[in-house]
Design a protein around this ligand. Structure first.
Ligand code: HEC
Length: 131
């Protein structure tokens, strides 16, 4: 097979997978998935003895894939509704996370510090987490 053909095939395969994921994501959202809990579990928590992605991101050691995944998780989280707290506050806090993760993804100077400022667990939980 010619190289260009292979590349085209691969592109189609990747798109197909991405589309499949989107569709499953949507169906799951109808059931009881919670993008906020998903983001917390995947990026703010880690098994004992390992660093969560949020910590690595602040230290500048998170991988490109981890940052991209985190950015997607924060974007989904921003569109979700927290258990409590007003909308403006939620939009501001999640917006800061999305902006900081975007800066990390682009490798902007100062992005890690920006992120550490945005990922303030207690400041957000106090207002939005509920009991
Ligand atoms: C922008 C807001 C925000 C930030 C920042 C934030 N959280 Fe959360 N977190 C939430 C909300 C809202 C919930 C409650 C979700 C629910 O119950 O639906 C939550 C829930 C959780 C949970 C429980 C998840 C579950 O399955 O019940 C854990 C663990 C958690 N957060 C860890 C963290 C840690 C650690 C940090 C800091 C590194 C952090 N979060 C930063 C908003 C935030």
């Amino acid at each position: 097979m010619k190289d260009t053909t292979k590349t085209a095939f691969r592109a189609v395969a990747v798109l197909g997978v991405a589309f499949g994921l989107c569709v499953t994501g949507l169906t799951a959202a109808d059931a009881k998935s919670n993008p906020i809990k998903d983001a917390m579990a995947k990026y703010h928590k880690a098994p004992k003895g390992t660093d969560p992605v949020c910590k690595k991101a602040g230290a500048g050691t998170a991988s490109k894939e981890e940052i991209k995944g985190m950015l997607a998780a924060y974007t989904a989280m921003a569109a979700a509704k927290p258990p409590q707290g007003d909308d403006a506050s939620w939009k501001a806090k999640t917006g800061a996370l999305v902006a900081a993760a975007t800066a990390l993804d682009k490798g902007e100077a100062g992005a890690a510090d920006k992120y550490k400022g945005a990922v303030n667990c207690k400041a957000c939980h106090d207002v939005h987490k509920g009991k």
